[in-house]
Design a protein around this ligand. Sequence first.
Ligand code: UD1
Length: 422
Amino acid sequence: MDSILVTGGGELHGQIPIAGAKNACLTLMPATLLTEEPLTLTNAPRLSDIKTMNALLESLGTEVTTLQGGKVLTMSSHNLDNLTADYDIVRKMRASILVLGPMLAREGRAVVSLPGGCAIGARPVDLHLNAMEALGAEIELRDGYIHAYAPKGLQGNIIEFPFVSVGATENVLLAATLANGTTIIKNAAREPEIVDLAHCLQAMGAKIEGEGTSKITVEGVDRLHGATHPVVTDRIELGTYMLAPIFTGGEVECLGGRIELLEAFCEKLDEAGISVEQTVNGLKVKRGNSGIKAINVTTEPFPGFPTDLQAQMMAMLCTATGTSVLEEKIFENRFMHAPELSRMGAKIEVNGGTAVVTGVERLKGAPVMATDLRASVSLILAGLAAQGETLVNRVYHLDRGYERVEEKLGSCGAKIERISGK
Ligand code: UD1
């Protein structure tokens, strides 16, 4: 398994191009299952999670062609010859559940392995299943698989989620496009990735209104057609690289960045004394001579502070002046990076969903373990600012969500190298 070796010290200066959003691409790809015509996605990120979704779609009968080294994906699902999403693929990636809605809507039948446990909490799929039932599907759980049937097609309905779920909103949105009648999704997720999915489905002929608000209305149509759609910018990759110069000093411009993707995050940076400038090409972040001020952060569904930037923010606050409090409201077990940061000299106390971080002057390099995707990158950022060398082990998580991290940070002057695993 590969590791990443980071040597701390040295400012970062330069530009970092931000890729298309992993989380958007993973929900856009299953939209191919809704039509016999080809769906082309441009600006796709080159990540192992995308390859996993490719493999899943291919196992169902989709033909996938990649161009420009994976940046352009064309998917053609004219003939679905298998309606079972197998455990071997689903267990690798929870987003595999997103094939359920489209398969059910088009074929009236779908079998999808239950995703199983995940390092950042229990993450059940009950909201997805209840919503499919509300759309008229019969659901049975057998042998670790979800068996879903809707022989007469799905039926539009009012679906009110008890709390906001990104994935469940996406699954219903996908399914409702081909349902009979109108579906109203209440308490819908408002993330930019949901808006991107709605725009792609609209380009395929779906009738959707209210995307980006908590009430989305979908009027089912008989068929969808092919389309070409550019994947929205990855706001989590954007936020991650915006933090890099704050750790090291210097100035980095994140190409393709827009404030409206990350307003709550930018407000927190402002509170911490860091200014963000919108340029013609993206967002520029500079760390001045004054230090970072301690701040309090609570994760929330969009437009609140994203849980996927909590680990990186915690790493930044490890060297802030004063005491910061981070509250994790989305996932119950998402502070696994805290003990790893403590190995680097951070002072963090975790109590349930709350972490109290008392700033220290400087972190010290250490061997650490990447526990999940966002935790891995938080350790790399911490390593850039630490004294000495930090070896981040088990970086396969990183490759799931960050395209060419060594190249992107290295081009701005970071001392970072990948060490191939034995
Ligand atoms: C998506 C993102 C993930 C991000 C998360 C929250 C993708 C591929 N992943 O994950 O990066 O961290 O949104 O912004 O887009 N829940 C249930 N029952 C369900 C579904 C969810 O209890 O059926 C719970 C989850 O355990 C969690 C909360 O709801 O506590 C929110 O999860 P959700 O928004 O569904 O996250 P994902 O779509 O899995």
